[in-house]
Design a protein around this ligand. Structure first.
Ligand code: EAX
Length: 337
């Protein structure tokens, strides 16, 4: 029979063991509970630059906060098939961050639409100086009126036309064709200026609409055309570069303002750094992606851009009347070296 002392000893060891396990469990649980979890959404495929950039942003934030902030990236429309849904999700607080093209942003902040004007940017250097400068910051800050926090500008790229009917070399080749554009008045007016029909459509509906010939064509940067294998439903690609498409990394304003000041600063600084990282991915891959599209059977053409610049120019006077306040900003962008 066990001595009383032995039983007591075993009980005490058991109690001590229980207390230790409990304490470490509580510590682990509270550490887990203390980690701030955030959702970052996009509509593009997992290997697209938006998501490469988003994962890099998440990695740097986790590192800089010692693991206190854990951002999970949800690509491919998991949290919303269309980019407008992602923006609304951030307003409602169901999504914390997103990378979207500026197209649908115009419905939330009109001033951002200035960037969607045709042939506004000369080249990538011009883009960087403007978007990383006071004009870019002002347009990002304007998003606060829509309860969104603009952190920095990732890149979608220069947009080009694809279609299934014929090569598009001159504006007159667009006559009678129907194109999808983003939900953006400037883009709609610009495509109509070429003599084509233009329909606004959420990205999630485009592939099927091309496949079933509800529309003849669409326009996007090479990385999107390549990423979604649009060569499967489109024969012709014209490298018009008619719109530059920025892709702001935005955050729910409520979630941003809930961060301590030090972390608010960290989020903006890291977003600006990673924007350069993301743009480089887009730019470094473009030529190879064009070669792939050719190898996959697409008829790829370069065009004389000057005739498209001239054909789309009237769009500027249309919107200058509607938004007179844009004029000084357009001049400032054009003068930027
Ligand atoms: O942001 O909708 C579009 O055409 C965009 O370029 C696409 O969603 C990526």
């Amino acid at each position: 029979m066990d001595s009383e002392g032995g039983i007591l000893m075993r009980r005490m060891i058991l109690i001590a063991f229980y207390l230790i396990v409990n304490a470490s469990l509580m510590t682990a649980l509270s550490a887990h509970a203390k980690v701030m979890r955030m959702k970052l959404a996009t509509v593009t495929p997992p290997h697209h630059a938006y998501n490469e950039g988003a994962r890099e942003f998440a990695r740097r934030i986790k590192e800089a906060t010692g693991g206190a902030i854990d951002i999970r990236v949800y690509p491919g429309g998991q949290l919303g098939k269309g980019e407008r849904e992602l923006l609304e999700g951030m307003q409602m607080g169901t999504i914390d961050l997103a990378v979207t093209a500026t197209g649908p942003v115009s419905g939330f902040s009109q001033s951002m639409m200035v960037l969607d004007l045709p042939f506004l940017f000369r080249d990538y250097h011009h883009v960087d100086v403007v978007l990383d400068g006071p004009v870019g910051r002002r347009l990002l800050d304007d998003l606060e009126r829509a309860r969104l926090k603009g952190l920095s500008f990732f890149e979608n790229g220069f947009r080009n036309f694809t279609n299934s009917a014929r090569p598009l070399l001159r504006p007159e080749d667009f006559t009678g064709l129907k194109f999808r554009t983003m939900e953006n008045p400037v883009h709609l007016a610009s495509v109509r200026q070429l003599g084509a029909q233009a329909v606004p459509m959420s990205w999630g509906e485009v592939y099927t609409s091309l496949q079933t010939k509800v529309i003849d064509g669409q326009e996007n940067p090479v990385a999107i055309i390549h990423g979604y294998k649009l060569n499967e439903v489109q024969k012709y690609l014209s490298l018009t570069g008619h719109f530059y498409s920025p892709a702001p990394l935005t955050m729910s304003l409520r979630r941003f303002t809930s961060l301590k000041t030090e972390w608010q600063k960290l989020f903006i600084e890291t977003a600006v750094e990673v924007a350069t990282y993301e743009r480089k991915i887009i730019r470094d891959n473009e030529q190879k992606q064009i070669r792939d599209l050719k190898a996959w059977g697409m008829d790829v053409r370069t065009v004389d851009k000057a005739i498209f610049v001239e054909a789309m120019e009237p769009v500027y006077s249309t919107f200058a009347k509607q938004y007179p306040e844009w004029k000084p900003m357009i001049e400032r962008i054009r003068e930027t070296k």
